[in-house]
Design a protein around this ligand. Sequence first.
Ligand code: AP5
Length: 212
Amino acid sequence: MKIIILGAPGAGKGTQAEIISKHLQIPTISTGNIIREALKSGSEMGQKAKEYIDSGRLVPDDVVIGIIQERLAEPDCKDGFILDGFPRTIPQAEALDRMGVVIDRVIDIEVDDDVIARRVSGRRVCPGCGASYHLEYKLPEVEGVCDNCKDTLVQRKDDQPETVRERLRVYHEQTEPLKDYYAAKNKLFVVEGQEDVADTTRLTLAALEANL
Ligand code: AP5
């Protein structure tokens, strides 16, 4: 199954992608994670992306389209995948179509902007393995320490309130039009993001099984 997860920054795309990935045994491809890895490694692409990520803007289309094209050519994608954070603009969606990728379902996780601000401010991530936690909703076993690699958890730089406001503005302007794009193709399924990960997961899994 080839799935796209849409939603505002902090709506819970990554959380749901990880759960579906285990459930369906298909990989998750998160452009945000790939870009953050490139940033950490100091690669040329990472250097270029830094100013965009830090200011809450989107990385240019040609860069992310190149990332996706390369990643989808890898053997683990042949039986399906979950795209988390791609496409984010109409030109990115059109590029995916041109690559001949036929998406089975687009899950749009809807969460109000004020709830997003709260969720994102409580998020803490592991700089080592990238695992994501939350001060209220997803606590690590030991406060401030990653369960997997025992690194000290940190707040993402783009999770500062001012940058979150800019990310939301960019989302409404450039990414939200994708809902109409995929609704017109009869692929869109809307899930109301609940205040509990398990409740959202139930709705997401039902959306994957439902007839459109
Ligand atoms: P990216 O990493 O994709 O960030 P994002 O879309 O802003 O999404 P987030 O990772 O912030 O949130 P999420 O929806 O995955 O939520 P999560 O599950 O973590 O991109 C970062 C940047 O990279 C972009 O700003 C851009 O610059 C660049 N970029 C990436 N892709 C690009 C592209 N295609 N084109 C151009 N530029 C691109 O959940 C958030 C928090 O809430 C967590 O702490 C979680 O534990 C908690 N939570 C989750 N679900 C629930 C729930 N149901 N109830 C309560 N809490 C919950």
